[in-house]
Design a protein around this ligand. Sequence first.
Ligand SMILES: [Zn+2]
Length: 51
Amino acid sequence: MLSRQLLDVIACPKCKGNLEYRKDLFCRKCRLKFKVEDDIPNMLLEEAERF
Ligand SMILES: [Zn+2]
């Protein structure tokens, strides 16, 4: 589980918008999914998946 504090500051690296946290992090605007593994979000744009 990611902390509330982290979720408050974390943003989509592409559009700087808010991310939705549902196990992984989702940007609805860019339709990108950023994987969270061992509570560490992978915010690399090149490793994000489309949804
Ligand atoms: Zn975005």
